[in-house]
Design a protein around this ligand. Sequence first.
Ligand code: MN
Length: 510
Amino acid sequence: MEEENVLSFQEYECYPICDLRSALAAIEKIPGQLLQTDVPVNPDADLAGVYKLIGAGGTVERPTRLGPTMLFNSIQGYTDARVLVGLMASRERVATLLQAPVAELGIHLGKAIAKRIAPVAVSPDKAVCQEIVFRADDPGFDIMKIIPAPTNAPDDAGPFFCLGLVLASDPETGENDVTIHRLCVQGKDELSIFFAPGRHIDVFRAKAEAAGKALPVTINMGLDPAIYVGACFEAPTTPLGFDELAIAGGLRGRPVELADCITIPQKAIARAEIVIEGEILPHVRVKEDQHTNTGHAMPEFTGYEGAANPALPVIKIKAITMRRNAILQTLVGPGEECTNLAGLPTEASIYNAVEAARPGLVRNVYAHTAGGGKLLCILQVHKKTAMDQGRERQAALLALGVFSELKQIIIVDEDVDIFDSSEVLWALTTRYQGDASTIFIPGVRCHPLDPSQIPAYHPGIRGKGISCKTIFDCTVPYELKAAFKRAKFREIDPTPYAPALFDNKYKPNI
Ligand code: MN
């Protein structure tokens, strides 16, 4: 494993992390990583607008920056609500939270799949998520009076829960699935839920609907980050019937704890800050922007506003339960937090597949933030013999096979820092010939939210979500490697010349 000399997060002792509060306690110990404000903030577009300038990064409109996570302690219109945004909007913070080396987060996550531990049921006295209970059949119940769901951009369809981990069970097999879905508040006890095509909980919903039944679900918010990251794996790494909570168990070396719900036959994450208990109703659909008619949903991982969906399933809320002084955890749509959630499982899936097929060839994978962790990845290979020539392209083909939403792959050699975009562009500039080093694979299904994947963009595209996958091979041909050695500088400790910069923590970057 390589030593990191950029940020020494690993040097800070972490508490054992089992929920959001212990995660925040670990981050609070690192100077400058948790920013709190008591200035009252409007959750309707102001909160996200502030955080865009403080720490969103990724694909949001400039200006933005990477920065601390932010806890808003005072929300306009609410007496005791708190909102946390951006906890996972930094790879270094995620590394601290998962107690893993920052440069090998994806690889670390990939190993947790083999070490997975199934969740366990705990008794009601351990269900801290149920310290306070609001029942939807109580008079005056209104979700917007209880939880300050933020609106991210002024043109959004409405207030959204952006880090709602939906837990549901297959009506036929009883197997559980957890996935983060876009949830828009539609009424005092109603949410709409968006499913990208093929999502597992949508399969469960369709099965229940075919039987004329509602599907009981919980929406779990404010969680151990290991649960959120582990939940973002997709098929084929986690096929239908694979409970992604077991990956969080593998990351932590102990199972996620589940508690029985109060109003529905379903489980909730026992240490969640907030849980919404509800049912996806059969044969009911709503227009996502029925109250605003903006035509937009919310800013998506691509950096563009997603289109409001004309007909989405509806969750009827039965109860809201929460911890005392609960924290609503959210993200701002696109940005570095969304990239980390989507991208780390992408990296893990690709690394595991290529490593299994060709051990030792791929050194590392980075699901670049320009593609929101889905559309673009940097694949680092080490060609060790003449027989490895061409295998870098085979590795890229495998990557496209194992992660269907991936659109573009840039392959680089072992001497390129894949997390430094200038380095990657340097390889694209000096180790790439457009006509010889590009592989086009047209007409392959990709992710429907990339706006360039429509027939109007190019007549060769046969439908929305179909794209030309492209591999940019920026590796040096094996037999020419000797001619591509980088200019070598002397390795020297600069600390005496600039103590304020290096603070005696200089480690050679080898
Ligand atoms: Mn799944």
